[in-house]
Design a protein around this ligand. Structure first.
Ligand SMILES: [Zn+2]
Length: 1052
């Protein structure tokens, strides 16, 4: 050892050790410079550009021509294959390892004898270990180069991809690898980091510092004996164990791979293959290593495109090294999908994991999603899952979430044991700093003595690296650090449970992310398709399930098509697609999937409906009510020239034909719940509507409402006849009117497509320039309407039809927008004549309340919130609801209720939301509560209109299904996954109270059995203590508030 102990300045001593392993400084004389001591060029490089992402066996049959290091390849998204010919020099026979070093400044894949061996990228996985190649002989292998980086090909992370980028092949060479140097580098790095990150109040920090300093003194660069001596010093330090009460960190390898984001779905398939093959290769050398991996869709891609790799994964799953988690089809958005979509994420996810791995996931895994619905705990528990992991709330801008390990409680009271890894990251480098951050960041100290640490590069970064595993090997039991073990999520949660959960805190309701609230609105087209197709698939399933009960139609349920459509819809719910935070190419791919679903589903719906009607010569119009309550509504029959169907004359018993402004025949029908009805059977009595034009305004009136509308389409007054009051408190100053369009500046701090900041509210600009003044459009007994057209700017405009139907409790706004703005946010607002400190918002299978004030930082952070089909603000006895057919962004401040319509961010898609849009919203004042006044039902009606089609007499009259309590909604009727003679019915309590309900059906059902959302029968077949029994034509149920109930209905 050194004879002279110098006075140690901490910074100098530390930096000296850092420079000794630096890969930037002094590499000619330091230890890092000796990691790859020898290098030599390969024999030859051959190249072939291919047209697409083609399979290996096809690529190698192509013509390859000679190329060399230094050349560039492109353009963006192209694929180039290389054959590398090499011979390992005989003089290297005694070397630890020979590797192929590669840098194409892009992502790449190594193929070894037809086997996908490993991913390569310039940042984390720069070389490939050449095992089993005898020295002195010629060998070859293939490398598939993808012309994109880890994060696509944009500038500054989220910039749109540059389509003409090229990628330089800057390194292809053989190198030797010195294992002893690698080990010593990681000893030194660990000690340096302990000295740096353990607080100075802890003497362990200085012990690490002096230990590493002495090691640097011992080392003579180039002398392996000195390395071994230095390693012994380190090992002595690392062998000093921590106390028995210390914290345990459960380290888990992970690679968060976005299913599409700054690159298309097709590239994700290869990203998975690269990262997962890299991980399997690491597992061969590190038997302790555990890798946690989610998203059934990604496994399915690899199963289809890389069956050999998938088989290796399957074996690794059996050994509990490769750990499937999540239980969902993709890591979906946590706000926007419907309740049934959430259910299907788990149904398709868990069934996939059961089928291929014979195991279900017990951990819901959603580390990167932009907020979490308050209905998720119940759905998660219904999917057979107890635990939940995320970390995204650490991104909240305003408030720090107070827990790391806690009970998350949903709107129905269901609870999931939940953990936020305290390092606030799903892709750490497993450095000492991350480990210490985990201990320090645990917000439940004294209650929980375990935490999760996730490590590994995501998004094609290849997952964990050998450096990360080397770090973890050193810190298993080291005084000054927590105990660190390679673990799994279930091991972690079981450790928490074993220590006792009585002391854990609860968080009730949504996990609201105070960031990324623009994702409720961005890429409106995706949101519109999502909403529309959720209802469409529901209707297809309902109609074809009814067919199951008809002997001639059995066996015709379109299971394969429905599976395919659902999987497409679920894929597009991925957390960078439906939220709108992806590049243009992804939007185009998603729209293509949606269009295919729409085409197939419309055809299947019509086929299913026609099949329910008996063959009869006499044709007429029929109407199908897909919802579980009776509804009276004005329908429009197609014009004869538009569609082959019965002539108007054949629509008998419609006394006087009423036509709308487009020449379509209007009929008021009253249809039983979930039933088919001939239009001629219409017996609804008409209370006529009327339109009155006066100076400066037009009045639209029906039996419920009187709307006074000005030339700009602004509703100056909306009189509710029953309540005898106005729904709006309008004010000229600042243009506070009902249906006032407003434009806001929308320039976030960084995350363009994602974020709308609170300060946008300070830039409100009412839109007050008419193209033409309001015109009367429909003026008949059943419908009155007016048309307006407004300039948003010289490039953008709004055209709107405001209509009121006979019997309808709401005023409807059918809207078209031509939109060409830059960083502007369009909303529509309503100044309500209501005082309430809370507003209510529709969510999955229920609703929740949020404040209308800014009392606390938690309240004010919710300046833009998510809601589905409706939002409502009510005081005692009266309220106003705002319904919509495809929007999700809302805000209510004071008495102003706003619906978010369109944004115009430019990154990562510079064309986001540019062009034409169509959407509908409606305003519904009501007496009593929103529950009693039918807001929920009307919102369903607006989203799921009566289906009108030409056909003949149905098999039977009456309701296929109905329920006698308006609090209970039948959401889903589908064929059971595993039994062609069983229908699954899913219903829920929608009002937020206990509900008794009788479900009746005209179908011949012999037995009803309660099941979970995976369609597994519940062992005791009881609902809140009551046995489920199908008696005669009905079953009685007793539901708890917001309870979701699934039943297996066995057909006779
Ligand atoms: Zn992500």
């Amino acid at each position: 050892m050194n004879a002279t102990a110098v006075f140690k300045n901490k910074r100098c001593t530390l930096e000296r050790a850092e420079k000794f392993i630096s890969d930037t400084y002094f590499t000619d004389v330091n230890l890092r410079g000796r990691l790859y001591p020898d290098k030599q060029p390969v024999t030859a490089i051959y190249h072939c550009a291919v047209e697409d992402r083609i399979p290996y066996h096809e690529a190698i049959t192509r013509d390859f021509t000679k190329t060399e290091v230094g050349r560039s390849f492109g353009p963006t998204w192209a694929t180039h294959w290389f054959r590398i010919e090499f011979a390992i020099p005989k003089k290297w026979s005694d070397k630890d390892e020979v590797r192929l070093a590669w840098n194409s400044n892009s992502e790449a894949t190594v193929w070894q004898d037809g086997i996908l061996a490993q991913g390569l990228n310039k940042d984390n996985h720069k070389d490939f270990i050449l095992l089993g190649y005898p020295a002195g002989k010629p060998h070859s292998l293939y490398i598939e180069m993808a012309c994109n980086g880890l994060f696509g090909a944009g500038s500054g992370l989220i910039g749109p991809p540059d389509p003409n980028k090229t990628f330089a092949l800057s390194k292809v060479e053989l190198v030797t690898f010195d294992r002893l140097v690698f080990d010593l580098i990681h000893d030194i790095e660990t000690l340096v980091d302990m000295a740096k990150h353990i607080p100075e109040t802890d003497q362990r920090s200085f012990q690490a510092l002096y230990t590493v300093n002495s090691m640097v003194n011992i080392c003579t660069v180039g002398n392996p004996d000195s390395y071994r001596q230095a390693r012994q010093v380190a090992q002595k330090f690392f062998s000093q164990a921590p106390g028995s009460s210390c914290h345990t960190v459960h380290a888990m390898g992970h690679a968060h791979i976005d299913s599409a984001w700054l690159w298309p779905y097709a590239e994700t398939v290869r990203k998975c293959a690269r990262s997962w093959s890299t991980t399997l290769a690491l597992m061969d050398r590190h038997p302790d290593y555990k890798f946690v991996c989610s998203q059934a869709q990604q496994y399915d891609w690899v199963r289809i495109h890389y069956p050999g790799l998938f088989e290796r994964i399957r074996r690794s799953v059996q050994k509990d090294q490769f750990i499937p988690v999540g239980g969902v089809w993709v890591e979906m958005d946590g706000n926007l999908p419907s309740g049934e979509s959430f259910v299907r994420q788990f149904l398709y996810g868990q069934r996939f994991f059961m089928k291929v791995f014979q195991r279900k996931c017990n951990v819901f895994w959603l580390p990167d999603t932009f907020g979490y619905s308050a209905q998720l705990p119940q759905i998660v528990r219904e999917a057979g899952i107890e635990y939940f992991v995320t970390q995204k709330l650490s991104w909240s801008l305003i408030n720090k979430f107070p827990h790391s390990t806690f009970w998350w409680e949903g709107i129905d009271g269901s609870r999931c044991l939940t953990h936020f890894p305290p390092a606030d990251d799903y892709g750490t480098s497993a450095k000492v700093e991350d480990i210490l951050k985990t201990v320090k960041g645990n917000k439940d100290k004294g209650r929980v003595n375990h935490s999760i640490l996730l490590f590994g590069h995501g998004d094609g970064g290849g997952g964990p690296s050998e450096e990360m595993l080397a770090r973890l090997e050193r810190v298993k039991e080291v005084d000054g650090l927590p105990r660190v073990k390679q673990s799994t999520p279930v091991d972690f949660f079981e450790s928490v449970v074993k220590e006792g959960t009585d002391n854990l805190c609860s968080w009730v309701g949504e996990l609201y992310l105070e960031l990324h609230q623009g994702t409720f609105t961005t890429q409106a087209k995706l949101k519109k398709y999502n909403r529309k197709l959720e209802f469409m698939l529901r209707n297809v399933e309902l109609v074809h399930s009814l067919g199951l009960a008809i002997p001639g139609l059995r066996g015709r349920y379109p299971s394969d098509q429905l599976d395919h459509m659902w999987k497409g819809l679920l894929l597009n719910q991925f957390h960078d697609v439906l939220p709108g935070s992806c590049i243009k190419q992804v939007v185009e791919d998603a729209v293509k999937i949606y269009e295919d679903i729409e085409n197939t589903a419309s055809k299947l719906l019509m086929d299913g409906l026609q099949a329910l009607c008996a063959a009869s010569q006499e044709k007429g119009y029929y109407v199908f009510n897909p919802v579980s309550w009776q509804r009276g509504e004005v329908i429009a029959l197609a014009r004869q020239e538009d569609e082959e169907g019965p002539t108007e004359a054949k629509v008998a018993k419609i006394d006087s034909v009423i036509k709308d402004c487009e020449g379509k025949t209007l009929v008021l029908v009253d249809v039983l719940p979930m039933s088919l009805m001939s239009v001629r059977e219409s017996s609804a009595s008409v209370i006529p509507v009327q339109v009155i034009q006066s100076e400066g305004s037009i009045l639209l009136e029906n039996e419920h409402l009187v709307a006074s509308i000005d030339g700009l389409g602004r509703v100056q007054s909306l009189w509710h006849r029953e309540a005898e009051r106005d729904a709006f408190k309008t004010c000229d100053q600042g243009s506070f009117y009902g249906n006032q369009f407003v434009l806001f500046d929308d320039i976030p701090l960084f995350w363009d497509a994602w974020d709308v900041m609170d300060y946008h509210l300070e830039t409100r600009q009412p839109i007050t320039k008419a193209v033409t003044s309001a015109q009367i459009l429909d003026n008949n007994q059943l419908r009155c309407s007016i048309q307006t057209k407004l300039f948003i700017s010289d490039k953008s405009w709004i055209e709107q039809v405001i209509s009121l139907d006979s019997g309808c409790p709401y005023l409807k706004f059918s809207t078209k927008v031509e939109w060409h703005e830059n960083h502007k946010f369009l909303k529509v607002e309503f100044p309500l004549n209501v005082r309430s400190s809370n507003a209510t918002y529709d969510i999955q299978f229920g609703h929740l309340q949020r404040p209308t004030h800014l009392n606390t930082s938690w309240d004010s952070a919710k300046y833009e919130v998510v809601g589905h089909k409706w939002a409502d603000m009510s005081e005692h006895g009266f309220g106003v609801a705002l319904l919509n057919d495809c929007k999700y962004g809302h805000s209510c401040h004071g008495n102003i209720m706003r619906l978010s319509l369109l944004r115009s961010p430019k990154s990562p898609d510079p064309t986001a939301d540019m062009g034409q849009h169509e959407f509908t919203y409606a305003i519904m004042p009501h007496t009593g509560s929103f529950q009693e006044s039918g807001v929920i039902q009307q919102a369903y009606n607006l989203n799921n209109p009566l289906v009108v089609f030409p056909g003949s007499l149905p098999h039977q009259g009456g309701s296929y299904f109905k329920v006698d309590n308006p609090a209970v909604v039948i959401e889903t009727v589908k064929k059971a996954e595993d039994n062609d003679n069983v229908v699954v019915m899913r219903l829920y309590e929608a009002f937020g109270g206990q509900a008794k309900a009788t479900i009746q059906s005209s179908l011949h059902i012999s037995r009803a059995v309660r099941c979970n959302i995976l369609e597994e029968p519940t062992p005791n077949n009881a609902l809140n203590g009551n046995e489920i029994k199908w008696v005669g034509r009905s079953v009685q149920l007793h539901l708890k508030p917001f309870q979701i109930v699934s039943l297996l209905l066995f057909l006779e």
